[in-house]
Design a protein around this ligand. Structure first.
Ligand code: PLP
Length: 364
């Protein structure tokens, strides 16, 4: 039996130097100020990865908590919210925005192409009365990346506050939060950083803070309320008990990214290798352009079955790939070449296994 290789687009496998932090000896999260400093260092490392001088908060929940907290804190009843979507996570923002009283306008475009900035600009020329806009950087279910570097400055020119889900890109695709004028950029521990799942982090711009301060309605709930984090470092006080070992693991994972000068180039190289190999195997990539460097989605070929194919790879080759979600389930298979998965020997094993499977099927 070959060594098991998990190649899903998150949660990812965890490198040993990160995983070992989970068994560090006990440290009191609120009384021991050494932990406060470790926590601070973690936020600083995330700031460096996200290229931002703004505050970065780490919330104790999986990626979805970040998405919800951004909407809960920023959106108040009656706010008009532009939900820009070309995928499952993009459309999902409409639910959160509605839940917190936003009046949603859904700008929905083709899910196989990146958002066309020119078309969006034409739309905004006539409709720009929005308080908040949401979008997704990397649509993980379809392996598509959107040009947030152009979209966010465009929205900012209309004074619209932006929320960007970059959960499956941060650490694998370089992001420039301040330069791209993103108000809230969201990340997760379990994708390209390859830390244990259970933490989400976000940057908070001055404009986002002002919008929160000027609210007419109080923020509903506590856990998703970002203001409970105000001055945590100065007050030496967390709003609730922190998971010490998860934070230590995230800190180490962030260090790994920062210490790796090849990290983004490698993601690009390995992703291109996967795309070229799949094309040679006559497998059709789901996106027509805007391919992600962190996850590749390809269509289940005619005559093949998603579950059978993946089960075969798992049983015979020890390789775990992912199907997809929602309307793409059963239609698309995904290879996660992000974070700890993004090394040529791992990627090569996946390509070889897929080639073997297709060849065996053709010959039988
Ligand atoms: C993984 C991911 C999240 C976090 O959500 P889960 O589906 O619960 O893992 C949010 N947004 C995107 C784009 C993601 O890839």
């Amino acid at each position: 039996m070959k060594e098991k290789l998990i190649m899903t687009p998150g949660p990812t496998a965890i490198p040993p130097e990160v995983l070992v932090k989970m068994s560090d000896s006990f440290m009191h999260p609120s009384i021991d100020h050494e932990f406060l400093e470790i926590y601070k260092q973690t936020t600083q490392r995330l700031q460096q990865i996200m290229h931002t001088k703004e505050d970065v908060l780490i919330l104790n929940g999986e990626g979805i908590l970040g998405l919800e907290a951004a909407c809960a804190s920023l959106i108040e009843p009656g706010d008009s919210v532009l939900v820009i979507s070309n995928g499952i996570f993009g459309a999902g923002f409409a639910d959160f925005a509605t839940m917190y009283g936003g009046k949603v306008s859904l700008y929905e475009v083709n899910d196989r192409e990146p958002i066309d900035v020119h078309a969006l600009k034409n739309f905004l020329d006539h409709n720009h009365d929005f308080a908040v806009a949401t979008m997704v950087h990397c649509e993980t279910p379809s392996g598509l990346v959107n040009p947030i570097d152009e979209i966010c400055p465009l929205l900012k020119s209309y004074g619209i506050v932006t929320i960007v889900d970059s959960v499956s890109a941060i650490g694998g695709i370089e992001v420039y939060t301040d330069k791209w004028q993103i108000d809230i950029l969201l990340g997760g521990s379990q994708k390209c950083l390859s830390a244990p799942s259970g933490l989400t982090f976000l940057s908070l711009s001055q404009a986002a803070k002002e919008k929160i301060q000027k609210r007419n309605h109080p923020i509903i709930g506590f856990y998703a309320n970002l203001t409970i984090w105000d001055d945590w470092y100065e007050k030496k006080k967390f709003p609730y008990t922190q998971p010490v070992n998860e934070i230590k693991a995230l800190n180490e994972a962030a260090k790994r990214v920062l210490d790796d000068p090849d990290v983004y180039a490698r993601h690009h190289r390995e992703a291109q290798k996967v795309r070229t190999a799949l094309s040679e195997l006559k497998l059709e990539l789901y996106p027509k352009s805007g391919f992600s460097d962190t996850v590749t989605a390809f269509k289940v070929p005619d005559g093949y079955d998603d579950t059978t194919l993946r089960q075969y790879l798992l049983d015979e080759e020890g390789i775990m790939l992912a199907g997809s979600l929602g309307y793409l389930q059963g239609k698309v298979i995904r290879i996660g070449h992000m974070g700890y998965h993004c090394y040529s020997e791992k990627v090569d094993r996946v390509i070889e296994a897929l080639a073997n499977y297709l060849k065996a099927r053709t010959n039988s």
